[in-house]
Each structure stands twice: as C-alpha cells, then as structure tokens.
Write a protein that binds this ligand. Structure first.
Ligand code: PLP
Length: 474
C-alpha cells in the first residue's frame, strides 16, 4: 500500500467510524446471525494473493458488520455496557501505527513511562494511595490472577521454584466474578481451595462467615492466603464490606485483593467514594477503564502496594533481555506473565485528557441517575419487583411470575433489535438485568427498555401467543 493509498483508505475507515458512532441505532443491537453463519460465508482458506482494500472494506460491511452485536449501541444494556469514545479510538489507532512493544523500558520508554504517568493520574483522580504501583493488563481476569499469584508468593515464597504447595486457600463471595476462581485454577491453588463465602440479603460478603471460614481452615492446618473482595459485583453491583474484610486480612496476614472491575471508575466522582472505603488498605485492586471509563477494549488497570512481591513472583531476566539497572527505568515485563506489552496507555491518556476527571464523573453520574429513575418506576409498578438494591447503574428486576415468564419477557425485549438486556439468577430465581453504561444511552432508550419489558408482561397476561421476533436466544 502506498502512502497515498493508505491515506485514502484511512480516511474511508475514519468516515465509516464517524458515521457508525453518529448513528449505531441503524443496526440491530443484537447480531441477527446463527452460529456458524459467518464462518460459512467466509472462504475456507486465506487468499493466495493479496486482495484490494476496497474489496476487503466491502466485505467488512457486507459480512462482518451483520455478525456484530453492537456494544456501541445505546440500546445495549446487557452484561456491563461499555463505550469506545472517539479519543480512545484515536489513541488505539495511533498505538497500532507505532506498533510498540513495551516489554522493557529500553524497548519503548514511551510505553513504560506513559503507563506510569496515566496510572499516577488515575490514582489521584480516584483517591487511591499515592505510593501504589500500577500497570495495565488486558483484562481484570488476568489482573486478579496476578493478585492471587502474588498472594501465593507472599504466603509461600518457595512456590516459584518448587511449585504451589497444597493447602493455600482463597476466599471470595458467592457473588464474585468467575475470574477469581479461574485465577485460583491458573496459579495451581485449585477449586477445592476456593471458599465462596455466603452473602447477606443485599448480596454483600458476610464478614462473620468469612471469619468462620478462615478459622475452620486454620484449624484444619490449611493456609489462608488471599481474600478477593468485590466492589460492584457482576450480577447486582453489590459492595462487599471492605473495611471489615481488611481487618480480618490484617489480623491473619492475608493478601487482600479488591475486584472493582466495573465500579472502580466511579471513584472519580467523590459522592461515590463511600463504596471504596477500606480499599486503601488492600494489597491490590483491579479496575477496568474498558468497562466504564470510555476506553476501548482492552485496558484493565492493576494496582498493588506490594510490587516487590509481584516482582518476586514473576521476574525472570534472560540474557537477551538484560539491560542496565536504573531506578527510573521500570521494566514492566518483571510484573507479570506477559513479556510483550502493547501501548494501551496511549488510549487511556487520550481519554483522560479529552474528558478530564469532571467530564467522566458527569457522564457516570448521569448514567447512575438514569438507573435510579428506572428503579423508582419499577418500584411503582405492582406487577414487578426489584430483586437487588441499585447502588449504581444496574437495575435487577423481575416480573412477579415464573422464571419462564421472565425469560419470555427478556426474549420479547431482545427480539426487537432495539434493546439488549441480559439476565441473572438471584436467590434461585431468574432476574432481568439492565446495565446502563453506554455513552449514547439516553433517557428515551431506558424508557423504551422499560416499555418493552411492560409490553412483554402484558402479552403474558393477555395470553397473546408468543412471537419471538426471529432473533436468537443464545
Ligand atoms: N470482575 C467483575 C466484577 C466483572 O464484572 C467482570 C466482568 O464483567 C470481570 C471481573 C472480568 O472482566 P474482564 O473481562 O476484564 O476479565
């Protein structure tokens, strides 16, 4: 591709993106394809000779886009809704162009230092301790796995040479994200040594049950090594009582990790700091700018007060990667499994500069407000009940009927292509779950979601035969 061709196709791609972001509603939010349909539409083998960019771009529109579930759609209210903002997209584009690998300071000073600078800014914006060390991983799952590995290292310093010893125990709540259990699997602790501590009526880890579990394990000769608390659990966004959990961890010398993958972004708004009380006493914390901080996937921030332990767990410097020691030349490869490190800090820097702390805080406040208003409407409708408190921007609700009826309501909403909601199970009952978090989601989109839910319920009570709009229930 010549520079002129690149310019032409580059402008074309930017035009496509600008149109897309201006009106993502032109597409159904949920992809309308069957499993395997895209695979079947694509050639079984790659081309022997290069193809023209115009043809590739045309196939992108013709084949790829229809198989996209649009996370940028204002009707996307499933899982945790996210936003790829324009500044973040531009940062990602430039990072791809530079194609840096920040394994060592020397291999790319900009990757290393901008990562440290943006994470220092983020510490200041969020009120986290100034002296914590931060680095960026791809996902919170990987961040939490590193936290568990560091906890294992602290409890069992021989583990890196002899392998993990049996009997180390990780504690988390019944409502914790599955990544915690996966992390324990990955570092060799094993599922049998993950204790899922019961929660209270508001889905928060019960410190009394945690204390009892720790005592039981100690009495059995096991070694409690890590507690993973969650601020903003996946199903309900509940907040574990971190101060009480921190007391227990301190008493027993246990590593405390906080998973704030979703809610962590809210620390930039002072009125939500209550939710993060005690987090400054954690040994590590993870939060995802790619969830609620306008940063395109992937970008997950990991902080620890004990980078020396993380280093002790992972630093391994072969001759071909040895560089002169300099206290200001941090080699990020020393702080985890990955050697290669892409320039994720660039998009985060673009986002932070373009929005400013206040800009992001205001956006999040607006989304929390939309959720609170919806919660009030749900409470006012006798046919429905909220199945969990709504501290932030996620509303859990159910029609006062059977699970099957609620699933049919979900199908009704999702079959329109206008709104995409997901569900979860709380106290053994299926629950609808609306997560407001996309930048384009406005009051009218939330109103439409609520109208469709009520319409679904009316169809049930009027006995209208069920018609799924042809979209898949996956
Ligand atoms: N932790 C929590 C509380 C989450 O809700 C999620 C995902 O939704 C994760 C961790 C996993 O995040 P990631 O996809 O970045 O691994």
């Amino acid at each position: 591709m010549t520079p002129e061709e690149f310019r032409r196709h580059g402008y074309q791609a930017i035009d496509w993106i600008a149109d897309y972001l201006a009106r993502p509603e032109r597409y159904p939010v949920l992809a309308q394809v069957k499993p395997g349909e895209l695979t079947d539409a694509l050639p079984a083998a790659g081309p022997e000779r290069g193809e023209p960019m115009d043809a590739i771009m045309a196939d992108f529109e013709r084949l790829i886009v229809p198989a996209v579930t649009h996370w940028n759609h204002p009707g996307f209210m499933a899982y945790f809704a996210i936003s790829a903002s324009e500044p973040g997209i531009l940062g990602e584009l430039l990072a791809a162009a530079l194609n840096l690998n920040g394994m060592l300071w020397k291999s790319s000073p900009a990757v290393t230092e901008l990562e440290q600078v943006t994470l220092r800014w983020l510490r200041q914006w969020t009120g986290l301790p100034e002296d914590w060390f931060g680095c960026i991983y791809d996902t919170a799952s990987v961040g939490s796995m590193h936290a568990i590995a560091a906890a294992r290292q602290a409890a069992d310093p021989q583990c890196r040479t002899r392998g993990a010893s049996q009997g180390l125990v990780v504690y988390t709540s019944e409502q914790a994200h599955s990544s915690i259990e996966k992390g324990a699997i990955a570092v060799g602790i094993g599922q049998d040594f993950v204790r899922k501590i019961p929660v209270d009526a508001e889905f928060r880890m019960r410190p009394d049950a945690l204390a009892a579990a720790i005592e039981r394990d100690l009495a059995a000769g096991l070694r409690p090594c890590c507690v993973c608390a969650t601020v903003g659990t996946t199903s309900t966004t509940s907040v574990d009582p971190v101060p009480e959990i921190a007391d227990l961890c301190q008493r027993h010398g246990i590593w405390l990790h906080v998973d704030a993958a979703y809610a962590g972004s809210l620390m930039v708004a002072p009125e939500f700091r209550w939710a993060f009380a005690g987090c400054d006493r954690a040994d590590s914390l993870v939060t995802n700018p790619h969830k609620w901080f306008m940063t395109p996937v992937d970008c997950s921030v990991f902080y620890t007060r004990r980078p020396d332990v993380l280093r002790a767990a992972f630093s391994l410097i072969p001759e071909y990667l040895t560089t002169a020691a300099d206290p200001r030349a941090v080699n990020l490869m020393d702080y985890g499994v990955p050697l290669g490190r892409r320039f994720r800090a660039l998009k985060l820097w673009f986002v932070m500069r373009s929005f400013g702390r206040e800009g992001i805080a205001n956006l999040l406040r607006g989304q929390v407000q939309l959720a609170q208003d919806l919660a009030r409407e749900v409470d006012a409708d006798a046919r429905f009940e909220r199945t969990a408190p709504t501290p932030f921007s996620v509303v859990c609700l159910r029609y006062k009927g059977t699970d099957e009826e609620n699933r049919r309501i979900q199908d009704h909403v999702n079959s329109t292509g206008e709104i995409f909601i997901s569900g979860t199970v709380l106290n053994g009952r299926f629950t609808l779950r609306l997560a407001i978090g996309n930048r384009a989601t406005k009051r009218e989109h939330v109103a439409r979601a609520w109208a469709l839910i009520r319409e679904g319920a009316e169809r049930l009570s009027e006995g209208i035969p069920w018609q799924s709009g042809g979209l898949l229930r996956l």
